[in-house]
Design a protein. Structure first.
Length: 442
């Protein structure tokens, strides 16, 4: 892309970086005081101020404002929180602090990691998919999915949703991604129908079809699907792009939310900010069933997968998950102190993919590639199977868990022209990312 084009995009990229910084800071709010209405409102005001300031600074300037916006927003967001930390989170923070104190010692695992080895970020585990993807594309996001979700179906589903209004600090250009909400039961049915796409659904392994509940996830996100994505049988790898109706967030705080609902809000705000982390960056999720243990390409049981994420669906470079920990646990350390390894492991007693453990392991980069501390793991259980039938007992458990709290979903665009415009803009952002200007929003 010409330098003139890059300069023209700089203000919009600055806004994107600021929004990303805002939603990351907001979604890392884990202490009890932050879930109070006053503190949540203050954090949203903080985000609005930072976005406004960055938009002004970004006009005619280079991408040098991106890391400044990110660092300042995260620092101020942490400082704005109280000290009333949930006991379980306080315990984990102490555990990580003790690990930091031992960084200088000759820590040894005797050749065996007690957690999980962190895989390389470059090349990402999805890099082998680039030569076999249509067009040899390096990115796989909703706009580049070979089989698109029928637009007419998305429009029909939207008729039965209550529109969700974005906070006023979100730039208008980013509100083109339509959000809607409904009751838990209807949401499950909608997610299944919208992601059961002819020409794609049959290519997804049966044990990965259906709608999944992120049971015990401390972050305010509740439902997801694997069944709309790209499956490589030769690599035994699934790539799931963020797409309409394939992820869901709560519009409130369930009474039994994890850690006392420390990361949830009584209203929609926490769910909306968490959704923006995915939707505006078109994040993808990849699951490699070869690299997690079972090396068979012909008789792979698909019991365990290693997970990575990619900004704009980047297939060659994975995101650094370790950067999440300093913000989540309020540790005053550089963002690149930790590394992380996420896995998907089928649980004993699971019926063909009905119950998984979504593990989160963390380590210290100075020590090595072993992620030895487990924190944030949860169950991923199936509430609707690949035939569109409820899976018990998880279906009823989820409905009881949500109660009368609505479920929010990214539901598409208001019309096809808007979809085309968003697709065009995303491709431009990806082109700029290829120049290295997206580091601060990864």
């Amino acid at each position: 892309m010409a330098s003139a084009s890059l300069a023209a995009l700089a203000p919009r990229l600055a806004l994107l970086a600021a929004v990303a910084a805002a939603v990351v800071a907001a979604s890392s709010c884990i202490d009890e005081s932050c879930s109070a209405e006053g503190d949540a409102s203050g954090l949203l005001q903080l985000a609005r101020d930072r976005i406004d300031a960055t938009a002004l600074q970004g006009r005619g300037k280079s991408e040098s404002t991106f890391p400044m916006a990110l660092a300042q927003l995260q620092e101020r967001a942490v400082d704005s929180r109280g000290e009333h930390v949930h006991p379980e989170l306080a315990s984990k923070r102490q555990e990580f602090t003790q690990a930091l104190a031992q960084t200088g010692s000759n820590q040894s695992w005797d050749g065996r990691c007690p957690g999980f080895e962190v895989h390389p970020l470059v090349p990402a585990q999805t890099a082998p998919l680039v030569p076999i993807q249509p067009g040899n594309l390096k990115y796989l996001w909703w706009g580049d999915m070979p089989t698109q979700q029928p637009f007419e179906q998305l429009q029909e589903l939207n008729k039965n949703l209550t529109p969700v209004e974005y906070p006023d600090w979100v730039p208008e250009n980013l509100t083109r991604l339509r959000m809607g909400q409904t009751d838990a039961k209807t949401a499950i049915d909608m997610m299944y129908k919208a992601t059961k796409v002819d020409g794609n659904f049959d290519k997804i392994p049966k044990k990965l079809r259906g709608v999944m509940w992120m049971k015990g996830n401390a972050i305010p996100e509740i439902l997801m699907v694997f069944q709309y994505g790209m499956w490589s049988d030769s690599q035994k790898t699934l790539v799931v792009p963020t797409a309409p109706f394939n992820w869901a967030w709560p519009a409130g705080k369930p009474k039994d939310a994890p850690f006392g609902g420390a990361m949830y809000c009584e209203d929609q705000s926490c769910g909306i900010t968490t959704s923006l982390v995915q939707t505006i960056l078109a994040r993808s999720f990849s699951f490699d069933f070869l690299e997690a243990g079972d090396k068979s390409t012909t008789n792979n049981k698909m019991k365990k997968a290693y997970m990575q994420t990619g900004t704009f669906g980047n297939l060659t470079e994975a995101e650094d998950l370790g950067k999440l920990i300093p913000g989540i646990l309020k540790l005053p350390v550089p963002s690149d102190t930790f590394n992380g390894a996420f896995t998907l492991e089928e649980e004993p007693g699971s019926n063909d993919g009905s119950s998984w453990k979504r593990t989160c392991y963390w380590g210290l980069k100075q020590v090595g590639s072993c992620a030895f501390l487990e924190f944030g793991s949860y169950q991923l259980v199936k509430v609707m199977d690949g035939d569109g039938k409820p899976v018990q007992p998880y279906y009823d458990q989820f409905l009881k868990y949500m109660g009368d709290i609505p479920v929010m979903m990214w539901s598409g665009w208001k019309d096809e022209a808007t979809k085309a415009a968003v697709k065009k803009d995303t491709k431009e952002f990806i082109s700029v990312c290829e120049t290295g200007a997206c580091g601060a929003i990864r």
